[in-house]
Design a protein around this ligand. Structure first.
Ligand code: SAH
Length: 242
């Protein structure tokens, strides 16, 4: 149930390639690893279950989000569709000052994230069971965040409608994507503009150790989002803006 010695070394070295010194927080990653395995035995929390997969595709891949923005200091950030806590949990472990909200539409997933946050003493955090479409229209959350993070939740046009309403003007959205994001981006350009966003850059890189290609799409909020967005749950996905 423990991460093996070679596993710990792999994590440590891959993080170092990303410019991160994980030494002092390795026990937190150990605990997260154990809790993920336990939860996956009881319920179906994540598809990736092997040691190397968890280390590289969950932990290191989540940390690679920091290539898009260092997330230093006490910024207010939200991880939209965090699932079992990715990318949010690894990021919060290495950026403890971040005010991080975890959001997911599935109760058992957000309950898992909340329990792990408590056990690791991660604060300040908020764990919300709900939908981005609802938060985006809620006065406490609309245009309330400096950063919005998201991995594997939808196409860029869907994601933009879910995420941009939550950003303060001047804030930044970081979408973690695989290779070949150009066509998706092209398709989403008009929607991004309509929602008050502007693509600042697309960062492409190889993930340490796995050597798979990844991209980070960085979108800044340059104007307000019209009040009709996000539309209600279902519509956003069924009829994406383009
Ligand atoms: N980000 C995680 C999980 C990806 S799976 C990871 O990369 O491992 C997609 C997750 O997004 C699911 O857990 C699902 O419940 C959540 N999700 C999808 N649409 C959502 C929405 N509109 N609001 C909140 N959560 C959503």
């Amino acid at each position: 149930m423990q991460m093996s010695e070679p596993g710990v070394r792999l994590l440590y070295e891959a993080a170092r390639e990303l410019g991160l010194e994980l030494g002092p927080v390795l026990p937190s990653f150990q605990l997260l690893y154990r809790r993920l395995l336990e939860a996956n035995r009881a319920t179906n929390l994540t598809a990736i279950r092997d040691e190397k997969g968890i280390i590289l595709k969950h932990f290191v891949d989540s940390l690679s989000c920091l290539k898009g923005d260092g997330l230093e200091g006490s910024l207010r950030a939200i991880d939209v569709g965090t699932g079992a806590g990715f990318p949010g949990l690894p990021i919060k472990i290495v950026r403890p000052a971040l005010h991080l909200t975890f959001l997911d539409a599935t109760q058992k997933k957000i309950a898992f994230v909340e329990a792990v946050c408590q056990e690791l003493g991660l604060a300040p955090v908020r764990c919300i069971w709900g939908r981005a479409e609802e938060l985006g229209q809620h006065p406490d959350h609309r245009e309330a965040y400096d950063r919005v993070l998201s991995r594997a939740v939808g196409s860029l046009s869907v994601l933009s409608e879910l995420c941009l309403p939550l950003l303060k003007p001047g804030g930044v959205m970081i979408a973690q994507k695989g290779p070949g994001v150009e066509a998706e981006l092209e398709h989403a350009q008009a929607a991004i503009g309509l929602l008050g966003g502007r693509v600042r850059e697309v960062i492409t890189f190889e993930l340490p150790a796995l050597r798979e290609h990844r991209s980070l799409v960085i979108i800044e909020k340059v104007g307000p989002t019209p009040s009709k967005y996000p539309r209600r749950p279902g519509l956003v996905q069924k009829n994406p803006l383009s």
